[in-house]
Design a protein around this ligand. Structure first.
Ligand code: FAD
Length: 397
């Protein structure tokens, strides 16, 4: 599943004007998230309404090929497909990066600025350590969650998106479904706490049925398979604390998953990557003189600020799974209180459209998560909500 949050879509549109129109023309549906997506949480299915929060559904292939076409058309861009960066080029004092080493030391590529955007498995910590820098600290929060995704061909349904959220620690299973271009549906099943969806097609269908979601069952039973099942298990939240390092080289920046990879279940990765990239563009524009000294460290701190709230959102649920596994279910007091509050909010999401709309705006990063603790919301949570039903969901151990 590859959902782009509304904030990420806005920022991409600023970087590539007309992108949304191009995706629409290619058949990617744009819809009101509360009106045409069906959302189920432990407290029930959220009644449909209009929220004004737009969701755009497309395959990752369509988004990436559309952006790649735009970038390739820029006269100053040359793409060297198939090249692997295997190290950094340093100045004599190892205080400044001057380029990259490509494949087996065979070639070097000098550069004024090196941007590491090599993703979740970036080798940058090793390269820094090899150059005499202290190894950056890495924080990992692992919900033990895995995905198993299948692309289906199916007739139109009365929804374009479907999500069923899991809930720590008693309901490990959930799903994300998106109707994308060309009448295809991307159906992702997921399970946390080690309750992983299987890859055998018949077992995958059984796992889907265990969710007890009639809309999902109807979609699957009217569909044909267009892909087979693909599994992804490396979903841990992983943040590398570059901004906290005592030394940082000039002319080197890290963006996107290389700095912070999120559990994809919250759909934040692309949005955070594009927000960081836009911030880097603005930082470079401010240095029109071409003087780049100090820019790298400054940017790395800014990237840290950008990902602070998304990290909090992504890890608050996953920390419960994490502690459940590591500490036999004993949660620190603060986390117990946060989880209690969150579960009551989830109850309200089903029973109060305004709460759901605020939740959607926070989820899409259009409003900071503090909105969920604003005085009116607090009063509703304290006086109108109920706590999570203790009844375990499918897959509960
Ligand atoms: C299964 C799954 C589902 C996801 N779902 C969503 C979602 O719904 N919404 C969302 O916003 N995000 C989602 N994400 C996260 C999103 O894909 C990432 O956050 C985003 O792609 C990060 O972009 P990036 O450029 O930092 O890294 P990547 O997209 O990982 O790109 C890194 C690139 O660098 C290349 N590379 C790596 N090492 C080298 C090297 N040494 N030399 C040269 N090239 C190299 C890789 O081949 C790759 O092309 C999902 C991720 C996964 C795995």
């Amino acid at each position: 599943m590859h959902g782009l949050l509304a904030r990420g879509a806005q920022q991409l549109e600023e970087l590539f004007p007309g992108l949304q129109g191009e995706l629409l023309e290619a058949g990617a549906p744009l819809f009101d998230h509360a009106e045409l997506a069906s959302t189920t949480v432990w407290a029930g299915t959220v009644p449909r309404s209009r929220s004004g929060v737009q969701a755009h559904a497309f395959s990752r292939g369509l988004l990436e090929s559309t952006i790649r076409r735009r970038v390739t058309a820029l006269p100053q861009v040359r793409i060297r497909a198939g090249s692997t960066a295997e190290g950094l080029l340093w100045d004599a004092g190892r205080s400044r990066v001057e380029g990259v080493v490509l494949q087996g030391d065979a070639e070097t590529l000098p550069a004024d600025l090196v941007v590491d955007a090599s993703g979740r498995f970036s080798a940058l910590p090793d390269w820094l350590e090899a150059a005499g820098y202290p190894r950056p600290r890495t924080t990992v929060v692992d919900a033990g969650l895995a995905y198993a995704t299948r692309i289906l061909e199916a007739p139109a349904q009365d929804y374009l998106g479907l999500q069923q959220m899991n809930s720590a620690p008693h309901r490990p299973r959930g799903t994300f479904v998106a109707g994308v271009e060309q009448g295809r549906w991307i159906v992702t099943l997921f399970g946390a706490g080690g309750d992983h969806p299987p890859t055998r097609p018949d077992a995958w269908v059984d796992f889907a049925r265990s969710l007890g979601n009639a809309d999902l069952d109807k979609l699957i039973s009217s569909s044909t398979d267009a892909s087979g099942v693909r599994q992804f298990t490396r979903t841990e939240n992983r943040r590398t604390e570059y901004a906290a390092m005592s030394r940082w080289p000039d002319r080197l920046v890290a963006v996107g998953d290389s700095v912070c990879a999120f559990n994809p279940v919250f759909g934040q990765g692309m949005t955070v990557a594009v927000l960081e990239t836009a911030a880097l563009g603005q930082a470079l524009t401010r240095r029109r003189s071409g003087e780049l000294t100090g820019l790298a460290r400054e940017f790395q701190r800014q990237a840290q600020r950008i990902l602070r709230l998304p990290w909090l959102m992504s890890t608050s649920e996953d920390l419960v799974w994490h502690h459940h596994r590591e500490n036999q279910g004993k949660l620190p007091l603060l986390l117990r209180v946060a989880n209690w509050y969150k579960q009551r909010l989830v109850y309200l999401v089903v029973h109060d459209p305004q709460v759901f709309h605020t939740f959607l705006r926070v989820y899409h990063m259009l409003t900071p998560p503090t909105a969920m603790g604003a005085p009116r919301m607090l009063a509703k949570v304290l006086f109108r909500a109920r706590s999570a039903a203790p009844v375990p969901g499918p897959g509960a151990a």
